[in-house]
Design a protein around this ligand. Structure first.
Ligand SMILES: C[S@@+](CC[C@H](N)C(=O)[O-])C[C@H]1O[C@@H](n2cnc3c(N)ncnc32)[C@H](O)[C@@H]1O
Length: 410
């Protein structure tokens, strides 16, 4: 018989292992890792332990190394268990006795004694984490001078952002839910707010969408019945925005499972789109579009606040692979645009290869983004694109990292 709380800790260990050793995302790993954990609360606990462990891993390792005479190998199980134990005491305020009972049960023999010794030493020393997580060295190198501000934004999970189906009702919803708004149609609620119990969820009055993620569709403006292709559309955040903005939307994605979520989202919000399951690298449309939104698959490093796994599983190989796929998708999309049409390219990545370094596709020219189209505090780049990162708008709770360009066919 497992002691109470042990399945959640074992699941957290498996989640972290799947990220660090197999390069899976936390979401991909969740299905198998959480299968044996009963109850929403324990599943949420397993995810929280794994998330905080990955968010603070460099600092947790430094604490562990400060308390061992001989450095534990990176892949040693006692190190992995100690990371989880420390994350619980130092980040989730779990009492040490509960952490010891559940943590040490994941080890046997010498490793158990070793982990107990290291943990006790650190507790006696009142070990603490710094105010801001230390970025892994390669990540800090990539993010350069913005690294410190971004790291500061990673210290806590982000607030909850909602996109409202009816932007004219923003003030009404803000008052009803006690949130703040940084743009019409945007509502920000405190972090940890449980989504399903909020008013308006069942009626489809809103959907969860980070402020930065809401900007690409806004940059296509009102649709007035014209056609828009949402390429790489699932689970449909931007499809819903485009439909709500009056576009006649075709939503394409190559993931059947994710398109099912898009369909559920459309049904809940009572918005419409034609849904296409296809590979954008092979598909050919019957007619051209007035607007195309390419929210391309990417490394998603801009979402590190919510998905701290990206701090550990994204490197030059993944970035290059994605940049190459994005360039091919952009080139195909450019050919499907009507003359005078607009193409918005977006990635939730902080990597220049996926953003600033992507070239204007042949046959299109830049349609610069203007300050007036953005929330207060954000400005376009000198070349008229938009670059956001989690360290921006810090006093308002930050936003995800995105890169967005807008082009037009002359
Ligand atoms: C960044 S996500 C899209 C998020 C979505 N736009 C939203 O706002 O909810 C990228 C999507 O690209 C899809 N994708 C990846 N490669 C694709 C391809 N070759 N053809 C079509 N869709 C693809 C993935 O299944 C994923 O749903």
């Amino acid at each position: 018989m497992d002691i109470p709380g042990l399945p959640a800790r074992r699941a957290a260990l498996n989640l972290v292992d799947a990220v660090l050793r197999r390069g899976e995302t936390l979401d991909q790993a969740a299905g198998a890792a959480l299968a044996r954990v009963k109850g929403d609360a324990d599943r949420a606990l397993a995810r929280a332990i794994a998330g905080e462990t990955l968010r603070w891993k460099v600092d947790l390792d430094a604490l562990i190394d400060s308390a061992t005479r001989q450095r534990l190998p990176d892949d040693a199980k006692p190190r992995a268990v100690l990371q989880l134990m420390l994350a619980q005491v130092l980040r989730l305020e779990t009492p040490p006795h509960a952490v010891i009972a559940t943590g040490l049960s994941l080890l046997i023999g010498g490793p158990r004694r070793l982990a107990h010794g290291v943990f006790s030493t650190l507790m006696k020393q009142n070990a603490a984490l710094p105010g801001v997580p230390t970025l892994p060295e390669d990540v800090a190198g990539r993010w350069g001078e913005r690294g410190d501000a971004i790291a500061a934004a990673l210290a806590e999970p982000p607030p909850l952002d909602l996109a409202l189906r009816d932007p004219d009702a923003t003030a009404e919803w803000a008052e009803r839910m006690g949130g703040t708004s940084l743009l019409p149609g945007h509502l920000r609620l405190p972090r940890g707010t449980a989504v399903e119990h909020l008013p308006g969820f069942r009626d489809g009055a809103w959907w969860v969408q980070d402020l930065a993620a809401s900007l690409p569709a806004r940059l296509l403006g009102p649709g007035e019945g014209r056609t828009a292709l949402d390429l790489c559309a699932a689970p449909g955040g931007k499809t819903m925005q485009l439909a709500a903005q009056g576009w006649q939307v075709t939503s394409l994605d190559n993931s059947k499972r994710r398109l099912e979520r898009l369909r559920e989202n459309l049904a809940r919000t009572r918005l419409e789109a034609e849904v296409v399951l296809a590979d954008a690298l092979a598909w050919e449309p019957e007619q051209k579009f007035d607007a195309i939104l390419l929210d391309a698959p990417c490394t998603a490093t801009g979402t590190a606040r919510r998905h701290p796994d990206v701090l550990h599983r994204i490197g030059p190989r993944q970035i290059e692979e994605m940049a190459d796929l994005q360039a091919r998708l952009v080139q195909r999309a450019a050919g499907w645009l009507k003359s005078g049409g607009r193409l918005v390219y977006a990635v939730c990545s902080l990597e220049a290869e996926e953003g600033e370094d992507q070239v204007v596709p042949a046959g299109l020219s830049p349609l610069p983004i203007t300050t007036g189209e953005l929330p207060a505090g954000l400005v376009p780049t000198p070349s008229g694109s938009l670059r956001t990162d989690p360290g921006m708008l810090a006093e308002n709770g930050g936003l995800d990292g995105f890169f967005v360009s807008r082009w037009t066919k002359d």
